[in-house]
Design a protein around this ligand. Structure first.
Ligand code: ARG
Ligand code: ZN
Length: 884
């Protein structure tokens, strides 16, 4: 059952309105849906096709009359009502079982609260309906629930609430904006709400509410502030106002994803709402601001203008991630913090999207086909999608981008649009031909660009030649050259940017220039380059590509020191580190070179950045953090997890030993006394302090060990406390297990902390002669902190272990993969979406050393032979096994 983008056809019937009423009972909720179906002029058929999944049909009335056999047909997943030739009212009663809904798609229960999740295809698990995003209807919702259910919420405006004759409660909601079914939401339970009023730019007042379980009262202040900031930011940056009188957020512990932008009633995974200094880290605070922003920004880019079909998912997600990134950056303000944000975003892309683009699940940001759309909520659609949107801004500037975005919204407000629509709005409002740019939507793979430079000392010219190389896919047409914005600068031998004057120009124009690479090979020549030049390329990460540069170590160290572009400075240092890691791996594999040393020039560059007080602590911490083992793996031809670990540990140990004084100094000078504040400045200090402590811990420095212990004990915030445990387990300090068991006892009865503790446990290093970590992880699936059916638990323990477990997961005895098999099969029985995410951990099996890759292949094969696999997991496994 594969769906293809090319097969899209417009619906034969629209739904003008839907009246829904719910009688909430955990195992037997009755849903009555009254829809007005409107046949379209140019329809191909009079059949009205409704989707349905896991529903018990009770009755159907057509135009007020009980239906009779022959008026409709049931097909797998469909209810087809014949002969709808005119505007017709259809009333359908169904029963559903929210208590048994462990897929967490449709209407389900989280403890005793009712929650919905409808994107992408959850609404069909509530009632029969044409569950596709190009059907926009007006919703009216009646909720009836037992009297101990106090809070009954849905989209839009509350028009009435009260008590029924039988003592139950009811509420009636009306959403003034037509919407697709995936944006429907219902929440029922007992909550507390933090409320705040905001005055919008047109003087209207809106009520903001954040609903949580009573136990979480007091943890929503930061989320509320973030929401207010997001509202103001969208007003200022894009002139987009909140269009509702009431905007609600609900937090739940049981949720498959991060959060959901249901119109006026966003539903969030509680980890992206709840925060205080004891349950959230600096990173969590930053994530909350970002995700609150993200879902709020969807109100325009997603809700007011939605997607025609699910192939267009990046239309709303790529765009909204971009808006979220810009929001977070604007909240930081200064250049160096903004650079940290950019480095972070690019790391996510390189760590997880690049491997996806190079592996068997590669797909363009607008996929061509899918078996389960849920498998395409990927870093490609989201993060690469955001980079593609960013390129419009790079090409047209902030003003041009704003013009294009507003044009897009004006054209398509209240409708379902496509990626082409967006591109055309951008192109036309900036008078630019973007037909070639369109290839970013249809070609998968990360472009590789080889870079050649030539300096003619006599003629004083500098020539840059770029050659793009795009991934070919068997059975697909050869890739065409993309349109790639390449921002460059040229440093002179003192490290200053030189003014750039292209051949044919009368005078230089700026020191950073945007070149447009839109052919397979292209050259640019710059004049008046009189000292030995050094190229800085892809400044600010101007396009989601890989530049194959051939810098020497000295050149990289020079760029890391002098590039005026803070992103590229960090990038040069990272390349330098990666080169060194490669060297260590080679040495270690050849002759077990336990006494290998980072070069003096590397240590010098490292220390220079560490001690450079003109750079913010956050920036220094970001640059000097060792690349993750996954990222190192991604940059190698053959992946050998044990060697990567050994090399990283050794390098960190050496750096810790050699730069002890500087690290101690950083620890001393980056304390954050007084009340905990999650702002960027304090967070940056904590990051630099923890980074320094970590290097010293790897060096098994006795004083540092004591500091780790004290930090855990005395910290007034979770960032430090968790940081301490993390350092202890990752650096295999003798106190690692002790701190972990302390935290087990002390971090009690708080789901957020339980999950953090589970994730930390996966980082325990297996020591010779000791119990393997994989055994511990298996045992932890029985631990009271682990909730079998809860996605956050599963992601925290199994997801983290499979993703970052290194040699503890990739074991030559296959025990790691056995746990993977068991987990995927177990979870797939009740939650295929979550299982499919776990399943992805082995898809790049071909790149591993032969022992591991054979075992991974066997594990994949074993899962594929399971008869009752969900389509979700089957799609992942089949791709992994078949595509080269
Ligand atoms: N639209 C949500 C967001 O990114 C995510 C929904 C995920 N849904 C899914 N079926 N994977 O804000
Ligand atoms: Zn989104």
């Amino acid at each position: 059952n594969i769906v293809f983008r090319k097969d899209y056809t417009a619906p034969d019937h629209q739904i003008e309105s839907i009246d829904l009423s719910f009688d909430l009972i955990p195992t037997c909720t009755e849903v009555t849906s009254k829809i007005i179906a409107v046949p379209q002029e140019d329809r191909k058929s009079d059949d009205l096709i409704l989707d349905g999944d896991d529903l018990t049909l009770v009755s159907i009335k057509i135009a007020g009359e009980d239906s009779f056999p022959g008026q409709y047909d049931m097909r797998p997943g469909k209810l087809i009502i014949h002969n709808i030739k005119e505007r017709t009212e259809i009333e359908i009663v169904t029963r559903i079982n929210p208590r048994n809904n462990l897929e967490l798609s449709g209407l389900y229960m989280s403890k005793n609260n009712y929650i919905t999740q409808c994107e992408s295809e959850g609404f069909r698990r509530i009632t029969y309906f044409p569950d596709r995003p190009d059907i926009l209807a007006k919703y009216r919702v009646v909720i009836r629930a037992p009297k101990d259910y106090k809070d009954l919420l849905s989209n839009g405006n509350l028009v009435e609430q009260g008590e029924l004759l039988d003592g139950r409660n009811y509420a009636i909601w009306e959403d003034p904006f037509p919407k697709p079914s995936y944006l429907f939401a219902l929440v029922a339970g007992n909550f507390v709400a933090q409320e705040q009023k905001v005055t919008l730019s047109d003087g209207r007042e809106a009520l903001l509410q954040i609903w949580t379980e009573p136990a979480n009262k007091g943890k929503t202040e930061f989320a509320m502030q973030s929401l207010v900031k997001a509202i103001k930011w969208d007003e200022e940056r894009f002139g987009l106002d909140l269009d509702l009188d009431r905007f609600m957020i609900v937090a739940t512990d049981d949720f498959n994803f991060g959060a959901m932008e249901n119109k006026g009633l966003n539903i969030f995974n509680s980890k992206y709402v709840l925060a205080d200094e004891n349950v959230a880290t600096d990173q969590d605070f930053a994530n909350i601001e970002a995700v609150i922003g993200h879902e709020y920004f969807h109100n325009w880019t997603g809700d007011r203008v939605t997607c025609r079909d699910w192939f267009q998912l990046s239309l709303k997600e790529g765009l909204t991630v971009f808006r979220e990134q810009e929001f977070s950056a604007d909240m930081l303000g200064d250049e160096s913090s903004r650079a940290v944000k950019r480095i972070d975003d690019v790391r996510v892309l390189r760590n997880s999207q690049f491997p996806e683009d190079a592996g068997p699940m590669a797909h363009p940001i607008r996929p061509e086909s899918y078996r389960s759309i849920n498998n395409f909520y990927t870093t490609t659609v989201y993060e690469k999608g955001a980079e593609v949107v960013r390129m419009y801004q790079t090409l047209f500037g902030k003003d041009g981008f704003r013009r294009g975005l507003l044009e897009y919204i004006n054209r398509y407000d209240g409708t379902a649009a496509t990626c082409d629509d967006f591109l055309n709005a951008m192109a036309e409002s900036n008078y630019e031909d973007l037909s070639q740019f369109e290839l970013w939507y249809s070609q998968a793979g990360t472009p590789r660009i080889s870079v050649e430079t030539k300096w003619d000392e006599i003629a004083k010219t500098f020539t840059l030649t770029l050659r793009q190389n795009n991934r070919t896919f068997p059975g697909k047409p050869a890739p065409k050259p993309l349109m790639i914005p390449v921002k460059i600068g040229i440093l002179d031998d003192a490290g200053n940017d030189i003014p750039l004057q292209l051949e044919g120009e009368d005078s230089p124009d700026g020191t950073s220039r945007l070149l447009i690479l839109d052919e397979a090979v292209q050259s640019w020549t710059f004049r008046n380059v009189s000292t030995k030049p050094l190229l800085s390329i892809g400044r600010g990460f101007s396009a989601p590509v890989i530049f194959n540069t051939e810098y020497t170590r000295e050149q990289l160290a020079f760029l890391a020191r002098h590039d005026s572009d803070l992103f590229n400075r960090a990038d040069a240092f990272e390349k330098l580190t990666l080169q060194m890691v490669d060297q260590f791996i080679t040495d270690l594999s050849r002759r077990g070179a336990q006494n290998a040393m980072p070069s003096e020039s590397y240590l010098f560059a490292f220390e220079d950045i560490l001690n450079d007080d003109s750079l913010s602590p956050a920036y220094r911490a970001k640059v000097l953090e060792m690349p993750s083992e996954n990222y190192i793996a991604e940059n190698r031809v053959l992946i050998e997890p044990a060697l990567i670990r050994e090399a990283c540990d050794l390098i960190k140990r050496r750096i810790g030993q050699r730069l002890r004084g500087s690290f101690e100094d950083k620890i001393k000078n980056n304390q954050t006394p007084g009340l905990y504040r999650p702002d960027a400045a304090d967070a940056g200090r904590r990051a630099l302090k923890l980074l320094s402590l970590s290097y010293l811990a790897y060096a098994q420095d006795a004083k540092a060990m004591q500091q780790v212990r004290n930090l855990y004990k005395n910290a007034n915030n979770l960032t430090d406390r968790l940081g301490a445990v993390n350092i202890a387990v990752q650096a295999s300090l003798p106190i690692g297990e002790e701190l972990l068991s302390k935290a087990d006892v002390e971090w009690k009865s708080e789901p957020l902390l339980n999950n953090k503790w589970l994730a930390l446990s996966t980082q325990l290093r297996t020591q010779r002669g000791k119990r393997p970590t994989v055994d511990l992880i298996r045992a932890l699936t029985q631990h009271p902190k682990y909730q079998d059916h809860n996605p956050n638990s599963i992601y925290a323990l199994l997801g983290t272990f499979f993703r970052t477990g290194g040699p503890e997961f990739h074991r030559p005895d296959g025990m790691g993969y056995q746990l993977w098999v068991d987990s995927v099969l177990f979870v797939d029985k009740f939650n295929p979406q979550v299982a499919a995410r776990l399943a992805r951990a082995l898809e790049n099996w071909r790149r591993y050393e032969p022992t591991l890759s054979n075992l991974m292949y066997k594990a994949l094969k074993y899962v594929s032979e399971e008869k009752n696999l969900s389509p979700n997991v089957r799609e992942i496994i089949e791709h992994a096994l078949t595509e080269p």
